[in-house]
Design a binder for this molecule. Sequence first.
Ligand code: SAM
Length: 206
Amino acid sequence: MTEAAAPGTAEYWDQRYAAIGDVNVSWFQDAPVVGLALIDGVADSGASVVDVGGGASRLVDHLLERGYRDLTVVDLSAESLRASRDRVGEAPVTWIATDIRDWQPARTFDLWHDRAAYHFLTDPDDQQHYWQLVHDTVVPGGHVIVATFADDGPEQCSGLPVTRYSASQLAVAMGERFTVLESQSEQHTTPTGGTQSFVWVLARRI
Ligand SMILES: C[S@@+](CC[C@H](N)C(=O)[O-])C[C@H]1O[C@@H](n2cnc3c(N)ncnc32)[C@H](O)[C@@H]1O
């Protein structure tokens, strides 16, 4: 029997993906409709995109279908990245298994996308470091799309505490080096039929 991993570690996330299956996890979306619509509004297939905490998300499949050829997916769980890599095959995607708190990107991107990874950062120092990383990693004039549990959303995700945000709280967290262009609410239906309240913010890096 596999020993239970410490909460929040790479092994913890690997075990969740392996035990539940990437299509049965509560955050699964076959079509990441809101994220794709926001991306379509500000980018085209020539853009470089990083999906942070992308895991086994189908976002990368949809961007490949749209013709994107400079895609990077970053996640703590190598297991989740393996699931995506197995699915999309030899597609031009860079897969990086790392903790976002330790990631030191060697390049910049036109667009940063994060659905439901940032909200696991509950330590204010980690949150500040995250926004510094976004700032340093996105080109000036580039875009940032971040989704978290909304202020009326669940207090936990995957057995871990999260920080919940309203759109204005996310804007404050980003700081003045980003201009918020749009925010949206989303009611996500989980594979078991539950509902989770999300907030999305699209911003431009000044
Ligand atoms: C709720 S899932 C969302 C996955 C994906 N964005 C989606 O929409 O399907 C959160 C993801 O964040 C990853 N994650 C959690 N903490 C992380 C960290 N500190 N660094 C990198 N990835 C992290 C998990 O492994 C998991 O794949």
